[in-house]
Write a protein that binds this ligand. Sequence first.
Ligand code: T46
Length: 135
Amino acid sequence: MFNTGFIKFMDYNDQYGHLTPIEAQKDVPFEIKRVYYISKVNPDVTRGYHSHKKLHQVLICLNGSVKIRLKNPNEEVVYELNDQSVGLYIGPMIWREMFDFSEGSVLLVLASDHYDEEDYIRNYDFYLKDAKLLF
Ligand code: T46
C-alpha cells in the first residue's frame, strides 16, 4: 500500500539470544523523536481508529503478535506483526487499527515527532474527505 511498507532489521542471533539495532535515518527513514509501547491489551480490544496528518511511524511487535488494519480511500489491508526484527512503516494520511493482541504482546512504536493531538484525524468521514484529495 502506498506510504506504507515493511522494514527488515538486522537480527544478531547467537547462543546468547537476539539483538536488533535500529538507527534513526539509517534503519528507519526519519529522525526518531519519540518512542512508546503498547502492552497488556485485552484480545477483544481494537485500538487506533485514526490517521496522522504528518507523522511517520514504525511499528514493531517485540513479543507475541498483533494485527494491523491499514486503510486509504481505495484500499484496505491487514498485516500480522509477530517478528521483533520486522517493522511496519506507516506514513502520513493512512488510517490504522490495531487488534488481535496476543497475550503478552508488546507493540513498540518509533515516531518522527513529539506527541501532538492536532496531528490526529480521529473521525473516519473527515479522514476520507481529506485523503480522497491525495489518493
Ligand atoms: C498510533 C498508534 C499505533 C500521549 O500522551 N503521548 C503519546 O505519545 C501517545 C502515543 C499517546 N498519548 C496519550 C493520548 C491518549 O490519552 O495516550 C492515550 C492513548 O492514546 P491513543 O488512544 O491515541 O492510543 P492508540 O493505541 O489508539 O494509538 C497509538 C498512537 O496514539 C497513534 O499515534 O499511530 O498507537
